[in-house]
Design a binder for this molecule. Structure first.
Ligand code: FES
Length: 69
């Protein structure tokens, strides 16, 4: 395996949605503020509007809150 391939495998793609969450693609190991941990696969949506009842994740509340940003 070349070093170029290794770099690509370790890349993380982050997408900021207009008026919505931050999407992070790939496998994530998350440590919460209470010390619990979990693993996420595929796409994880993190709240950036502050209205989610499932923080740090987006639960769609940004629409109801009229979040812009
Ligand atoms: S960004 Fe979706 S609930 Fe906050």
């Amino acid at each position: 395996m070349s070093s170029e391939n290794t770099t690509q495998e370790n890349e993380t793609t982050v997408e900021v949605m207009k008026n919505g969450p931050v999407l992070v693609y790939g496998k994530l190991h998350i440590t919460h503020s209470d010390g619990t941990t979990e693993t996420k696969d595929k796409t994880t949506a993190f709240c950036r509007c502050g209205a989610s009842a499932k923080k740090p994740y987006c639960d769609g509340s940004h629409r109801k809150a009229g979040f812009e940003g």
